[in-house]
Design a protein around this ligand. Structure first.
Ligand SMILES: [Zn+2]
Ligand SMILES: [Zn+2]
Length: 339
């Protein structure tokens, strides 16, 4: 019952949704949170300024990793206006504006799921005034970034690989699939999994000691994509849950259930997300963790058509199909969630 209440409250509380979600999410049955998640951008288009991007940190550390960066500085501005960074105690850098202070002193690295613009535009646009950071991605994703953007045609090459001259602001690191690496200057570790999308996409499993979180870049459902890639992630998470606690995930739902399979283009609908989560639930031996696990829905496409509200439709369809009692939260730009 509590989750139905939180879900409805989150869904219909309008302008103060971010704050409400934050409060709701902190009700956690006495288990203290392990992660903080700030939403910098919640859509997969069409409106610039609010595109896929999140910041994640351990609650024991003031350094975030960015999970995609479709909107970056604008996302930080919206989050600042929502007091999302009020818990940070490190004194701000007086030489920088508040957004510059967050970007330079608290965002330590980028994890990029794939090279589509709605996931990287904010990084590219901010790069001339960004400071040195590491970009982590699968090899094919880093190659797309080099070939498509950091090529002295679309943009200057701010990285340390590809077409010369290399400006060496970003240290580009290839993540080997399913191998765990430390994320520099944070307390987090990451393990990358390949996902099915028109070009290779990525799920990042992030560890903070005994707690884990998973961020899914764009992905189609296994039933449509026929590659079984989500099944690999579900199995890994189910195994991990035997000795670690899965606190939550960000996963996409781009379209409502009316969208035909041949027009999904590597995305999920409420029906397919529920089908995938049901498979995961079946695999997990330790089902008690699902009670506190927050499933944050991202990437709902914005509509320019009058009278259309895709967020409402997606939320309703998820709610109606939620027989297993998953705790869904719609991502909202500026929102802070404790997980
Ligand atoms: Zn996308
Ligand atoms: Zn995409």
């Amino acid at each position: 019952m509590k989750y139905v209440y939180i879900f409805l409250f989150t869904l219909f509380s309008g302008a103060c949704q971010g704050e409400t979600s934050s409060e709701a999410a902190s009700i956690n049955k006495g288990v203290s949170p392990a992660f903080e998640l700030v939403t910098l951008g919640d859509t997969g288009g069409i409106k610039d300024g609010n595109l896929s991007a999140f910041l994640l940190r351990s609650v024991n550390d003031e350094n975030y990793v960015a999970l995609d960066a479709g909107s970056l500085v604008n996302g930080i501005d919206v989050a600042l206006a929502n007091n999302a960074f009020s818990h940070l105690i490190t004194p701000p850098d007086p030489k920088l504006k508040a957004n510059g202070n967050i970007l330079h002193h608290h965002v330590k690295a980028y994890l990029i799921s794939h090279g589509h613009l709605d996931h990287v535009a904010g990084l590219l646009i901010a790069s001339p005034s960004d400071n040195n950071k590491t970009i982590y991605a699968l090899e094919s994703v880093n190659k797309t970034m080099s070939d498509t953007y950091f090529n002295w045609q679309a943009w200057a090459n701010f990285t340390n690989r590809g077409i010369k001259p290399q400006l060496n602001k970003y240290d580009v690191v290839d993540l080997a699939p399913q191998q765990t690496s430390l994320i520099k200057d944070t307390q987090l570790k990451v393990t990358a999994f390949s996902l099915s999308h028109p070009l290779e996409s990525t799920a990042f499993v992030i560890e903070n000691q005994n707690d884990i979180f998973v961020y899914f870049g764009d992905t189609g459902p296994d039933e449509v994509e026929k590659q079984g890639k989500l099944a690999v992630v579900w199995q890994y998470l189910a195994n991990s849950m035997e000795h670690k606690r899965l606190r939550g995930m960000v996963i996409e739902v781009s379209f409502d259930n009316k969208r035909p399979d041949n027009l999904l283009f590597g995305h999920l609908t409420p029906k397919y997300l529920m089908q995938e989560l049901t498979k995961f639930h079946l695999l997990a031996k330790n089902k008690s963790q699902f009670e506190d696990m927050k499933i944050v829905i991202s990437h709902i496409k914005y509509s320019l058509k009058s009278g259309e509200n895709p967020r409402k439709v997606v939320a309703k369809q998820l709610q109606e199909a939620n027989t297993l009692g998953f705790h869904f939260i719609l991502a909202q730009q500026g929102q802070v969630l404790m997980l």
